[in-house]
Ligand binder design. Sequence first.
Ligand code: ADE
Length: 233
Amino acid sequence: MNFYVMTLFPEMIMNGLSNSITGRAMQNGQIHLEAVNIRDYTLERHGQVDDYPYGGGAGMVMQAEPIYRTWEAIIKRIGKRPRVIYMTPQGRVFRQSMAEELAKEEDLLFLCGHYEGVDERIIEMIVTDQVSIGDYVLTGGELPAMVMIDCISRLVPGVLNNSASAELESFHENLLEYPQYTRPEEFMGKRVPEILLSGHHANIEAWRRQQSIQRTGERRPDLLEAYHASKQE
Ligand code: ADE
């Protein structure tokens, strides 16, 4: 899977994803990540990439031209026109189901805005998807793009050592994950639930499912409703 990120802060993207599981996936060639600096494509003398908003108002707006030229350079080089995802609090809210859908793509291109956003015309011209990672406002699209790339990467076959773990965890079937324990059996007087030491796999599975349902009901009743609805279908 190939990720291309158009940004004014390419180091932020590369530094943030070069560790742990995504870093290893890059080294193994399971994912390819490239952050392209929009500033490298400006035609302005002093490297300017933003300007005052027409009509007045606070902040600066990223200009269309350097973004267009960045996009053009990427699609020419790779010879394809991948989906272009613009990170914005005005977009569709990112969910696991969206990650599963996007993981089927071979290439994804992200556009990260900063300041007061980007010129609306560039959105109309090149953007195919507008995505928000939640109802709060960040200083730029870099962290949201990193969140999406991390989440999608772990769905790419081979990135997680254990392919079963991607399926058994939180949000699969709209349920949160059951509690996990590891050694020792007793920590500061708190014991691991006895059933997990029993070796009885069917009982353990039933207990975990019951825990998942209970947790989801307590913490995310909205998800539990979706779970029951899907069971009735
Ligand atoms: N840019 C600023 N805030 C954002 C958010 N919540 N999601 C996506 N992009 C953003």
